[in-house]
Design a protein around this ligand. Structure first.
Ligand SMILES: [Ca+2]
Length: 376
């Protein structure tokens, strides 16, 4: 008789592409039926995805692994060279992004909860992708406050059109008041050069009371970021407390309000801010009450879904959905909730593949990479 399969063997069985015989899920949308194809399953809490020029994808798993998923859905062994990460609560290995000149330099950026003496903090490392994994790995950014905590690490990585790197951060939950002061990276979006240096045109450069990396402030926990395809501006979204998730047009030097102005309340129901808006504070472009638990942001620009071009797609964790937002300039004019009751999985990231399809990562023990295609 065979012995019971050990856990490692089970993981191996799970980390296979979906069988060709599996019937893909379908979902109705305002613009026709779509198919939800499982590219692969068996990923442990995947967090971020970056497509390589050849169509394969780098995928992070929160417990600290970086893998390559082939176009056939086969999942490679964990790549070497990934920094040690603090796997606690929401912490671990988080986002992955390619350098704008990846074809030339093979540089890959990772964000993660860095283990430190006395706690942890969000960090960004850059390495060179080789056949054996990441080489010449160096840390280019460290959120400057170490917290012994499990929450609100951010963090998405997005390059501006000028080649500067935006890193979105969180307030670490216990430090919300510091989102309003400029003397730390708590509750901020920062902007750095590819080697971590401070761009000379950052909004607070030269101010003695401010960290020069800061791009914008008053953020709670930013887990979605993308460039608007028409304007090239950074847009972000962030988790509200109970209610008050926000989509923001994230501009230099501006205050996005947390915790002085929010549409949310404490989990206990207690008031946080008397008014959801205040002078000097940027109002969100869109907000959600109740919260959908936002993660992952895409502006769709492909040709597989012509009616969705220019729309924003926002993943939902607790809500197990994707929110499709139609924009008129910088205003949201319509929202459609996709995949509610269809996926029944937490959506961690939303990306567009080089093939023009939309890809989702699901935040589950047995997390999946899903491809959304038009059906019929
Ligand atoms: Ca706000």
């Amino acid at each position: 008789m065979m012995r019971a399969a050990p856990a490692a063997a089970l993981a191996l069985i799970l980390a296979q592409p979906a069988c060709a015989g599996d019937q893909p899920l379908t979902a109705d949308t305002q613009h026709g039926k779509v198919r939800v194809v499982t590219v692969t399953a068996g990923l442990e809490h995947p967090w971020g995805i970056a497509f390589l020029p050849d169509g394969r994808a780098l995928v992070t798993e929160r417990p600290g692994r970086l893998r390559i998923v082939g176009t056939d859905g086969n999942v490679g062994a964990p790549l070497g060279g990934v920094p040690a990460v603090s796997v606690t609560g929401q912490g671990g290995l988080l986002d992955v992004q390619l350098d704008p000149e990846f074809a030339k330099n093979q540089w890959v950026y990772l964000s993660y909860a860095e283990p430190r003496e006395g706690g942890n903090g969000t960090a960004v490392a850059r390495g060179t992708l080789t056949d054996r994994g990441l080489a010449d790995v160096r840390v280019i950014f460290r959120q400057d406050v170490t917290i012994n905590g499990r929450h609100h690490f951010g963090s998405r990585l997005v390059f501006g059109r000028d080649g500067r790197l935006f890193v979105t951060l969180g307030d670490r939950n216990s430090e919300r008041a510091r989102a309003q002061t400029l003397d730390s990276h708590i509750g901020k979006v920062v902007r750095i050069e590819r080697d971590g240096k401070v761009p000379a045109d950052n909004p607070f450069v030269g101010r003695a009371d401010a960290k020069p990396e800061i791009w914008s402030y008053g953020h709670r926990n930013v887990q979605g970021a993308a460039l608007h395809p028409a304007t090239g501006e950074l847009w972000t979204h962030e988790h509200g407390p109970k209610g008050g998730d926000e989509l923001n047009r994230d501009r230099a030097g501006l205050n996005y309000g947390w915790p002085l102005a929010t549409y949310g309340v404490e989990y206990s129901g207690k008031t946080i801010s008397d008014s959801p808006t205040a002078p000097g504070i940027e109002a969100p472009v869109h907000y959600w009450v109740p919260s959908i638990a936002t993660s992952g942001l895409l502006f769709y620009t492909g040709d597989r879904f012509p009616k969705w071009q220019g729309n924003a797609f926002v993943g939902g964790l607790a809500s197990q959905q994707v929110s499709r937002l139609e924009l008129d300039g910088n205003r949201v004019v319509r929202e459609e909730v996709l995949f509610k009751g269809v996926l029944n999985q937490r959506v961690r990231d939303v990306e567009q593949g080089p093939d023009g399809y939309i890809y989702l990562l699901t935040d589950e023990d047995n997390g999946q990479l899903l491809r959304i295609e038009p059906a019929g």
